[in-house]
Ligand binder design. Structure first.
Ligand code: HEC
Length: 156
């Protein structure tokens, strides 16, 4: 009972904080931080898998499978609300989201969808040995680069 109350209180406090953040002070749009956080987690999980694939870290089937499952979960997040109009590089500070995202929404979100499929394949096979991990990772990595090349702007 008491535990539940503490948790609810915590959630309410977080909700209120973000409303204040979004509403006041002329601060950055919180969706920018959210999409960058997703990308950071992408990088974190792929870093673990990449190190194993390259042999920098000893392959471990359990860790590989769990990490690939985490990545697949992230790839499955609905990201459609994280790219509101008016948050392109050049329109606001602190983002590298290229204007092209809003000129070609279909192409942009298609890469996310394709990557989710590649992530599911990776999650299903990453625990089957280092060669399976390498093969699955190739497809995923290519789609990171494919999107960044077109839809991510230069360093600020
Ligand atoms: C469909 C497009 C797309 C895909 C797929 C994609 N990214 Fe990104 N990524 C972006 C964009 C756009 C930005 C810039 C976002 C911003 O600054 O608001 C970005 C930014 C990043 C950043 C910098 C985050 C920060 O804190 O500023 C990292 C790291 C990153 N991506 C890693 C990855 C990895 C690893 C993958 C593949 C698993 C990946 N991305 C797949 C579009 C994509």
């Amino acid at each position: 009972m008491r535990f539940g109350k503490v948790i609810c209180g915590g959630i309410a406090a977080v909700a209120l904080t973000s409303v204040a953040f979004a509403g006041g002070h002329g601060g950055a749009d919180p969706s920018i931080g959210a999409r960058q956080a997703v990308m950071s987690l992408y990088g974190y999980n792929l870093g673990i898998l990449g190190a194993m694939a390259k042999g920098e870290v000893e392959y471990n089937a359990e860790v590989a499978a769990a990490t690939a499952a985490n990545f697949a979960a992230l790839a499955g997040l609905d990201k459609s609300g994280m790219w509101p109009e008016g948050t392109a590089q050049g329109e606001v500070d602190g983002t590298r989201a290229a204007a092209k995202i809003w000129e070609d929404q279909e192409g942009f979100f298609k890469i996310f969808a394709d990557q989710k499929a590649a992530a599911d394949t990776l999650a299903a096979t990453a625990g089957d040995g280092v060669e399976a991990l390498q093969a699955g990772l190739g497809g995923v990595g290519r789609s990171c680069g494919a999107c960044h090349e077109v839809y991510r702007g230069p360093r600020n």
